[in-house]
Design a protein around this ligand. Structure first.
Ligand code: CO8
Length: 258
């Protein structure tokens, strides 16, 4: 399969839907698939007409992990020189909101990919897990860190040490997913949410994302400083003036993105 079809992109106004499309391998995240995903994400991030990105998977998986067949014979030097995981950081670095619509298995790198997104919606059929322990490794793309922050150290430890998967409902109860939807309505729910966010002033959305992310990735002191800087910065935007004027004049705001 050529690189062009590994990730399918559908643009619906301000919303881009990126579909991982390697269903015969349960969307295992081969280096080529990750590179294609990064290319699409960075294109969307740099396109002013796109405001929110949805990532989902074709078939019965969101992604069943990094491609085990592609790394089974790798040496530490291969892993170091290709430095695949450093590439994954570009997924987490996207500035626009990214919604994961998890339609099935989100295992290993697939669970880590979902956790690099900003909001996680899950189909009732979704399953989450970090099963790396079963194949003699550990999570390597943020699983031990993001999962622990999302669901707490004791639940994360059990998942990482046993490799057991959890259902969408358990993931919801643990606080890993925002909500659980019937399989048929998952994408529509993601679209609705994306359109709601896309209607907000994009500079405020971008700086809000950065500030909320800082809460998970820095100290409270650093996070508060980022929040304050971004809060003050938004008073330089036309959309802040428009938003506040519209409130006072009791009309709908017309945001320009500036
Ligand atoms: N890698 C490669 N191929 C895979 C993967 C995978 N992760 N998952 C599934 N496939 C392939 C299978 O080999 C099979 O291919 P084939 O038909 O050619 O034999 C096809 O997808 C369908 O899979 P199954 O027949 O196994 O389907 P089942 O319904 O029986 O089982 C499971 C579904 C339970 C999801 C099972 O496929 C499974 O356990 N998959 C592996 C899950 C896993 O261990 N994931 C973690 C991988 S390691 C990782 O993600 C580390 C991330 C760190 C970052 C690394 C950056 C380089």
């Amino acid at each position: 399969m050529s690189d062009e079809t590994l990730v399918l992109s559908t643009i619906e106004g301000p919303v881009a839907i990126l579909t991982l499309n390697r269903p015969q391998a349960l969307n295992a995240l081969s280096p080529a698939l990750i590179d294609a995903l990064i290319r699409h994400l960075e294109h969307c991030d740099n396109d002013d007409t796109i405001r929110v990105i949805i990532i989902t998977g074709a078939g019965r998986a969101f992604a069943a992990g990094a491609d085990i067949k592609a790394m089974a014979d790798a040496t530490p030097i291969d892993m170091l020189t290709t430095d695949m995981i450093a590439r994954w950081a570009r997924i987490a670095a996207v500035r626009k909101p990214v919604i994961a619509a998890v339609n099935g298995f989100a295992l290993g790198g697939g669970c880590e990919l979902a956790m690099m997104c900003d909001i996680i919606l899950a189909s009732e059929t979704a399953q989450f897990g970090q099963p790396e322990i079963n194949i003699g490794i550990i999570p390597g793309a943020g699983g031990t860190q993001r999962l622990t922050r999302a669901i707490g150290p004791y639940r994360a430890m059990e998942m990482v040490l046993t490799g057991a998967t959890i259902s969408a409902q358990e993931a919801y109860a643990y606080g890993l997913v925002n909500r659980v939807c019937p399989p048929d309505s998952l994408l529509d729910e993601a679209r609705r949410l994306a359109q709601t966010i896309a209607a907000k002033p994009p500079l405020a959305v971008r700086l809000a994302k950065e500030a909320v992310r800082a809460a998970a990735e820095t100290t409270v002191r650093e996070g508060l400083a980022i929040e304050l800087r971004n809060f003050y910065l938004l008073f330089a935007s036309a959309d802040q003036k428009e938003g506040m004027r519209a409130f006072i004049e009791k009309r709908t705001a017309n945001f320009s993105g500036r």
